[in-house]
Design a protein around this ligand. Structure first.
Ligand SMILES: NC(=O)c1ccc[n+]([C@@H]2O[C@H](COP(=O)([O-])OP(=O)(O)OC[C@H]3O[C@@H](n4cnc5c(N)ncnc54)[C@H](OP(=O)(O)O)[C@@H]3O)[C@@H](O)[C@H]2O)c1
Length: 305
């Protein structure tokens, strides 16, 4: 899809910019001419991002701000700070912050499940809500239709679920519903909502989720190890391999760029061949066949596998 030739809109807020896709997108969008406001949770991550920006000669285009998307007061403070920096007109928001919870339902702490939805879904809704006046003001000042953009960093998991990682899939399915609804709700105000749906991307998220899963196993009730241990282990190995084979975050940056700069962006951008093939397999194959293949993939080698 050709990029429009107009000057890129000025200010963009991106959440979860400490590592991975958010970090790469922050630098990429700065290189495209955006003034980037990067949300991070720790000062040292903000400093690291600024160092990377400075190394690319982009120090004047990147600013970081503290932003935990689950903290409503912090979200509102961030919106006020960004509003002050962009004269009340924000061209784009990239809802990128995300975590992965993978565990058997029976071994799951409900607080962890709530937290999964809080970060990936409610957090995205909360930041979007706080930024709407700024996005609307940008759209109103622009002669172009749909000038302001909200990007939702979903996943192919927003289309298809997996054993153990279904909490993550649920949060991304919810994000897809949010985006599909907002596209029509906010469209008349000049704000377009675009989904980016990557497959496996090489970022720290895979190791983080595997490590968190391993720590949780220690707290499992008696008997659960026997029921799920080997299968969860098989799943963790698959996830680890997928992460190792993942493509670079630059591919996602390109999709985000298209979502922000294209005159008529697509509704959704699939990123990676694995995402495309998973989507087509999901459409073409009967669900029971997919269940069978997944059951085999995570059968493990333990006594209950
Ligand atoms: N990597 C993939 O294969 C892949 C595929 C599809 C979709 N995605 C999506 O891409 C997005 C970025 O993930 P990534 O792969 O780049 O992983 P990542 O490197 O782990 O980045 C996740 C980011 O989210 C932040 N975050 C976590 N909890 C947060 C909270 N409560 N408030 C604010 N920020 C929070 C993290 O900050 P901290 O460092 O402070 O924890 C980090 O900056 C996620 O939404 C993920 O679901 C990734």
């Amino acid at each position: 899809m050709p990029l429009s030739s107009f000057t890129p809109p000025r200010h963009v807020l991106i959440t979860g910019a400490s590592t991975g896709i958010g970090f790469a997108c922050a630098l990429d969008l700065a290189a495209c001419g955006f003034s980037v406001h990067a949300g991070v949770r720790r000062d040292r991550d903000g400093a690291r991002l600024l160092e990377a920006a400075a190394a690319k000669g982009l120090a004047d285009r990147v600013a970081w701000l503290p932003l935990d998307v689950t903290d409503e007061a912090a979200v509102n403070r961030a919106a006020v700070a960004v509003g002050a920096a962009c004269a009340g007109r924000l061209a784009a928001l990239v809802n990128n912050a995300g975590v992965v919870l993978a565990a058997p339902l029976e071994a799951m702490d409900m607080a962890d499940l709530r937290s999964q939805m809080e970060v990936n879904f409610i957090g995205a809704a909360s930041v979007t809500r706080a930024c709407l006046p700024l996005l609307r003001a940008f759209a109103a000042a622009s002669p172009r239709p749909h000038a302001a953009r909200v990007v939702m960093m979903s996943s192919i998991a927003g289309k298809a679920s997996l054993p153990f990682a279904w909490p993550y899939s649920a949060s991304k399915h919810a994000m897809e519903a949010l985006a599909d609804g907002l596209r029509v709700e906010l469209g008349p105000q000049g704000i377009d909502t675009v989904l980016v749906e990557p497959g496996a991307i090489k970022t720290p998220i895979w190791d983080k989720s595997v490590r968190a899963g391993e720590q949780r196993v220690d707290t499992w009730a008696p008997g659960l190890q026997q029921l799920y241990g080997a299968r969860l282990q098989a799943f963790a190995e698959l996830a680890k391999r997928a992460g190792e084979r993942g493509i670079s975050a630059e591919h996602v940056c390109r999709a985000v760029r298209l979502a922000l700069l294209s005159r008529t962006p697509r509704v959704r951008y699939l990123v990676g061949n694995d995402a495309r093939s998973r989507m087509w397999l999901g459409r073409l194959l009967p669900a029971r066949w997919i269940d069978w293949a997944l059951t085999r993939a995570v059968r493990g080698r333990g006594p209950t596998a």
